[in-house]
Write a protein that binds this ligand. Structure first.
Ligand code: CA
Length: 703
């Protein structure tokens, strides 16, 4: 059964929660505090912070659901999240209440036993700010602390919400108002402060990390990731050092380096580890770089938690040319490597290297490829990548592996201290990079410097590439794959490891799967109907273990390997919660059963122009509208083959004029000419004609 909220339910449940608290002497409803967060590993029933513990290993000691019992796992309940996209959060659970977030930074408190919504908080993000979210208006989760729920919003605010009532307590703007920053990541708690970064390296921003007093919302410290205008005083020695690795007038385009996802706190070292995004724009010559490293972009940076001072950095991709953000999840572990116990952090980077780093001082311990790469041939003795000169993007075009979506991206990874393995999604896929030498930064739009006018032979090679994906069980000590599970789709989601010898992971094709952690055998599978990108989590209430995951059609999972067509499933984003013996079912997936109508307009174009339109479509449109124009978008992102005559009449205004910005459709005025828009439209019309089963224009019929 779907579950909903009524005011009566809300009052009754709050009363129940208060009653339980009194009866149990408040021990079970104690507020999350520093001691509780430090001891989180021993609290197996709850999932108190983003990665479950400060180490963010996403390993649960719960074992009611294990390799034997998992065959009896079933859907316990589910909740319609009221969105068609944008679900990337890891839910938290404290004392039987689940806290999660949805598209547009909306927060929910939900009864974790049966899915009744206790409260919902909508921060009312202005929808036109969505144009500054490169990759959808997602939110990856909340933090719990001292009776509050903390969320950061797409428009750059950090908000403290009362955990009981769902009412805001304070609300601060963390980014310069009106500038193209966004926040999609989850805030973290570090000794009385809420730490938050920001996104925007595909725009003109200067990335930074901020710490706010959890009680009052006042700013405690702010640390920039890239240097600003050198004619003004540098904020720190680290910024002065960084400026020596830049040239030209980089600060005019912001520089990038946005720390948009991992923020991992080590209380014993008083360090916070963040990962930083690409230098902006993507190509060094367009930001005035003449061979410098562009610190501290594409780096893992350690900050003193109490002061924000930079302590060390490791740059994964110096002088980045490929959008290799180092913003993938960071997890902490203590590993015995060559006979020595090392306090390490680990990251499966977009650039296809798996890094093991001494987290005390930033020393690189190992960097091993976990997926296909052609941009580098290895790591030198100084810990720098050995870059293949042929992989440097040029105006003439370069095919580079991994793609700008990464061999791995933001999807959480997990580490089992039992198996000693890290479980992560990996993708082999190329990207076409072409440098727009006429590039000018645009403060109102994405501004990466990619040249869309390129029409060379690499377009066909890119179109012919078949991306592949898999779940890897990675041995971080040996630097090798222990086992892998090949997927029918290139992109899959975050992982959860448990003491029940299980790994849970969802995929872009909607399958939610439990693998045996030791050997990768598939033990259980559920069809969610829509793609899964978020990470699962697990918790226990009233002696019963549950596994929860958010599922929604994810924009960045458009995948040429997913079979599309009349049976493509679509549907609303949902929170799915499983338990042993669960018998709930999802409604039959909504399907695109209705045939594609004949094109509403006729566009005169040559076969060559239609091919050119298809190539442009794959470069500019397919991330949202999909290669087959039909991938599980259920109306949120239109299937362009169904465009009406009115849409076609406004086609150029939509694509170049930005008239649908409020709906999330960016303007491509600086990327595409009117002629290019016309051939894209011709391609769309041609695809509509093909979908109708008409392989060539129908000959006139004799009557
Ligand atoms: Ca980026």
């Amino acid at each position: 059964m779907p579950v909903g909220i009524t005011r009566f339910d809300q009052r009754a449940l709050l009363a129940l929660a208060v009653g339980v608290g009194i009866a149990a002497g408040c021990s079970s409803t104690r507020q999350v505090d520093d001691a509780m967060l430090r001891a989180a590993d021993g609290d197996s029933a709850n999932w108190l912070s983003h990665g479950r513990t400060y180490a963010e290993q996403r390993f649960s000691p719960l074992r009611q659901i294990d390799e034997a019992s998992v065959t009896r796992l079933g859907l316990a309940w589910w909740l319609d999240m009221g969105t068609l996209h944008g679900l990337e959060a890891t839910s938290l659970v404290k004392d039987g209440i689940l806290y999660t977030s949805s598209a547009w930074s909306v927060v929910y408190a939900i009864d974790a036993r049966e899915g009744r919504v206790l409260w919902r908080f909508d921060p009312q993000v202005p929808k036109d700010h969505g144009k500054f979210a490169c990759c959808d208006v997602v939110n990856r989760g909340v933090a719990l602390y001292h009776g509050r729920v903390y969320v950061a919003t797409i428009d750059g605010r950090l908000i403290a919400i009362d955990q009981q009532t769902g009412q805001p307590v304070w609300d601060v703007q963390t980014t310069p108002r009106g500038e193209p920053y966004a926040i999609t990541g989850a805030p973290r708690i570090a000794a009385g402060r809420v730490i938050i970064g920001n996104a925007g390296s595909e725009y003109t921003v200067r990335g930074f990390v901020s710490a706010y007093d959890a009680e009052t919302g006042s700013l405690a410290w702010r640390t920039y990731m890239v240097p600003g205008d050198p004619s003004r005083p540098f904020e720190s020695v680290a910024m002065k050092r960084a400026a020596a690795t830049w040239s030209g007038e980089w600060w005019k385009g912001g520089g990038g380096g946005s720390p948009w996802d991992p923020i991992v706190y080590d209380p014993a070292l008083d360090l916070v580890f963040v990962g930083t995004g690409n230098a902006s724009p993507w190509y060094p010559e367009l930001r005035g770089t003449t061979g410098g490293d562009n610190l501290y972009t594409a780096s893992i940076v350690a900050l003193r938690a109490s002061t924000g001072e930079q302590v060390w950095h490791y740059q994964a991709t110096p002088g980045d040319s490929w959008d290799y953000d180092a913003t993938q999840p960071i997890l902490l572990a203590d590993l015995t490597i060559e006979g020595r116990l090392r306090r390490v952090l680990m990251q499966a980077n977009k650039n296809a290297f798996f890094y093991v780093i001494d987290r005390q001082d930033g020393t690189l311990i190992s960097a091993r490829p976990f997926a296909a790469m052609n941009w580098a041939t290895g790591i030198d003795s100084a810990g720098r990548p050995i870059v293949s000169p042929a992989a440097r993007p040029t105006k003439a075009g370069t095919l580079v592996v991994p793609s700008d979506l990464g061999a791995h991206n933001w999807h959480p990874i997990s580490f089992s201290p039992v198996t000693g393995l890290v479980y992560l999604a990996a993708t082999d896929a190329p990207a076409l990079h072409t440098v727009d030498t006429d590039f000018k930064p645009d403060p109102n739009d994405q501004t990466v410097g990619f040249d869309a006018r390129y029409q060379g032979p690499l377009v066909d090679k890119l179109a012919a590439a078949r991306p592949t994906g898999r779940l890897l069980a990675w041995d971080p000590v040996a630097g090798t794959v222990r086992w892998k599970a090949e997927h029918p789709v290139a992109r899959s989601g975050g992982t959860l490891a448990t003491a029940g010898n299980l790994v849970f992971q969802g995929r872009g094709d909607g399958k939610f799967v439990a693998y045996r952690a030791t050997d990768g055998q598939v033990l259980w599978e559920f069809d969610a109907g829509v793609g899964i990108a978020a990470a699962p989590m697990t918790y226990m209430v009233d002696g019963k273990q549950y596994v929860a995951v958010l599922a929604a059609p994810p924009l960045l999972f458009t995948d040429p390997n997913v079979k599309t067509g009349p049976n493509t499933k679509t549907g609303p984003g949902r929170l799915l919660v499983f338990g042993l013996g669960g018998t709930d079912t999802l409604p039959t997936a909504v399907r695109h059963d209705t045939p594609i109508p004949p094109p509403a307009v006729t566009i005169v174009a040559s076969p060559k122009e239609i091919i050119e339109g298809g190539a442009l479509f794959s470069l500019f449109c397919d991330r949202c509208h999909s290669p087959d124009l039909n991938l599980v978008k259920s109306g949120a992102i239109p299937d362009l083959r169904r465009s009406t005559a009115a849409t076609h009449a406004a086609f150029e205004q939509i694509v170049r004029g930005g008239v649908r910005r409020a709906l999330g459709m960016p303007s491509f005025a600086s990327d595409l000419t009117s002629d290019q828009v016309r051939v894209i439209e011709a391609y769309v019309v041609d695809r509509a004609r093909m979908a109708g089963g008409v392989e060539s224009p129908a000959p006139p019929r004799a009557h």
